[in-house]
Design a protein. Structure first.
Length: 435
C-alpha cells in the first residue's frame, strides 16, 4: 500500500486512529451489555463513554506496547489513562484479545466492501454507457488473436459489464459472509462472558454474532473475501488486456485518452502508450497475491494461533486499497476511452471478406454438399486470400465447384454484415434487461 495507488477514503479505514476507535467502541458497547447483566456497575460503563471524544494517542500506545509487547494491552492501558484505573478495571471483562481484533477486522472489511461496491457501481455505469453507445459498431471478433467473425464493440463492453455485475454479486455475498463478530472469550466457550454481550456488541457494530468461534472467527470467511477480491482483480485485467490490444499500433481500434501535455516516452516523442491499462494489469497481480495467504490462514492450530495475524495486517489494507484504486482507474479509462469505428472496419476488411467463411461453408452443406467437401472448397479459396491477397468473394465466384452449388446471388448474400448483428438486441436484453 503506497500513496501512488491509494485513495484517502479506503486508506482511512486501515489507519491506526480508525482501528483504535473501533477497539474503543467494541469495549464500550461490551461494558454496556455487562452493566445490563449486572456484571459491572452501570456507572463504570458510563465512565467508559466519557472517552468517546478522545483522540487516542497512537505514539503513546506504541510506547506502551514497546514495553508490554501486546497491542491490545497497550491500548487498554492508554484507555485507563483517560477514564481512570478505578473504572478501567471493568473494561475487557471476560474478553480475550481476539474478541477485539477479529471483530474489528471484520468491521474494517465490511466498510472496505461498501467502498468497493460503490466503485463497482461506477465502473458498471461506465461500461453500460459505452456498450449502448457502440451497440452496433461493428468490429472483428478474434479467437487465438486471429480474425474470426464480426461482432460489435457494444457486445465487447456488454460482456465486460456482465462479468463485473457477477463480481458485484460475489462481493455482496463475501461482504455478508465476513460480517460477523465474536465476543466469546478464551477458546470461544463464553465461560467468562455471557453470549448476550456478543449479540449486543455485534448489533451495535453492524455485524452478526459468529455462530461458533474458537478463540478466533473462522478464517474460511476471510479466505472467501480475499478470493473474491482476486476474481475481481482478474476481471479488471481481462478488460485491461483487451484495451491494451486495441491500442496496439497495428490494431488501433481504441485507445486510452491521451491528455494535453501528456508524454508517452522520454526518448520517443511520438509514443502514446497504454500506461493505465498496463498499470491495472500489475495492480491485479498485487491483489491476487493476497489470495493464497488468505487460503493458508484457514488452517490454524486448535482453538487459535497467530500465524494468520501478520498476514492479515498486510493483505487487509493492501488488497482493499489497491483494488479500490484499480476499480476507479478502470472506470476512468472506460469513460474516456477513444474508439475508432473506421479502423475497426478497415481491420475487418484487411483480408477481403475472409471472415465470412463459415456462412459459405454452411450454405454449401445446406445445398447438398458434404461437410468435408464444403470445408475443402471454402478453405481452398480462403488460403488464396491468406497467401496471395485475393478477394474471397471473387475467388468463390470463380470457383466452378462452388458455383455449381450456389448461385452468384446466394454467394453475394453471404457477405452481408447485418447477418452477424441480428441478435445484438437479444443479447443486450439478457445483459441489461428489456428496458
Amino acid at each position: 500500500m503506497i500513496p501512488r495507488y491509494s485513495r484517502p477514503e479506503m486508506v482511512a479505514i486501515w489507519s491506526p486512529e480508525t482501528k483504535f476507535r473501533i477497539w474503543y467502541e467494541i469495549e464500550a458497547h461490551a461494558c454496556d451489555a455487562q452493566a445490563a447483566l449486572g456484571v459491572i456497575p452501570k456507572e463504570s460503563a458510563e465512565a467508559v463513554w466519557k472517552a468517546k471524544d478522545v483522540e487516542f494517542d497512537v505514539a503513546r500506545i506504541d510506547e506502551i506496547e514497546a514495553v508490554t509487547k501486546h497491542d491490545v494491552i497497550a491500548f487498554l492501558t492508554h484507555l485507563s489513562e483517560h477514564i481512570g484505573s478505578t473504572e478501567a478495571r471493568f473494561v475487557h471483562q471476560g474478553m480475550t484479545s481476539s474478541d477485539v481484533l477479529d471483530t474489528t477486522l471484520n468491521v474494517q472489511l465490511v466498510r472496505a466492501a461498501d467502498i468497493l461496491l460503490a466503485d463497482m457501481d461506477k465502473l458498471l455505469a461506465a461500461l453500460k454507457k459505452r456498450a449502448l453507445e457502440h451497440k452496433n459498431t461493428v468490429r472483428i471478433g478474434r479467437s487465438h488473436g486471429i480474425h474470426a467473425e464480426p461482432t460489435t464493440m457494444g457486445l465487447t463492453f456488454a460482456r465486460f459489464y456482465a462479468e463485473m455485475d457477477r463480481n458485484k454479486t460475489r462481493l455482496e455475498r463475501a461482504r455478508d459472509e465476513v460480517a460477523t463478530g465474536a465476543i466469546s472469550g478464551a477458546v470461544g466457550t463464553f465461560a467468562n462472558i455471557d453470549p448476550s454481550v456478543e449479540e449486543h456488541v455485534c448489533a451495535k457494530m453492524g455485524l452478526r454474532p459468529e455462530p461458533i468461534s474458537t478463540q478466533v472467527i473462522p478464517r474460511d470467511r476471510h479466505a472467501m473475501f480475499f478470493a473474491t477480491l482476486g476474481v475481481i482483480a482478474s476481471s479488471i485485467e481481462n478488460v485491461a488486456t483487451e484495451i491494451r490490444h486495441m491500442q496496439r499500433t497495428e490494431v488501433l481500434e481504441g485507445e486510452e485518452f491521451f491528455s494535453p501535455g501528456q508524454k508517452g516516452s522520454s526518448a520517443m516523442p511520438h509514443k502514446r502508450n497504454p500506461v493505465l491499462t498496463e498499470n491495472l494489469t500489475g495492480l491485479a497481480r498485487l491483489v491476487r497475491s493476497a489470495v493464497v495467504p488468505a487460503l493458508e490462514n484457514v488452517a490454524l492450530w486448535h482453538e487459535r494461533d497467530i500465524s494468520h495475524s501478520s498476514v492479515e495486517r498486510g493483505i487487509g489494507p493492501d488488497a482493499t486499497v489497491t483494488l479500490d484504486f484499480a476499480l476507479n482507474r478502470l472506470a476512468g479509462v472506460v469513460e474516456k476511452m477513444v474508439i475508432y469505428p473506421d479502423n475497426m472496419l478497415a481491420n475487418m476488411n484487411k483480408f477481403k471478406g475472409l471472415v465470412m467463411s463459415q456462412r459459405v461453408l454452411l450454405a454449401l452443406t445446406q445445398a447438398g454438399v458434404s461437410r468435408e467437401d464444403a470445408y475443402r472448397l471454402v478453405q481452398r479459396n480462403a488460403m488464396k486470400v491468406w497467401e496471395q491477397g485475393r478477394d474471397f468473394k471473387e475467388e468463390l465466384l470463380a470457383d466452378a465447384e462452388v458455383t455449381a452449388a450456389l448461385s452468384p446471388a446466394e454467394i453475394e448474400e453471404k457477405f452481408d454484415l447485418g447477418y452477424h448483428t441480428k441478435h445484438v438486441d437479444t443479447i443486450f436484453a439478457r445483459v441489461f434487461g428489456k428496458d
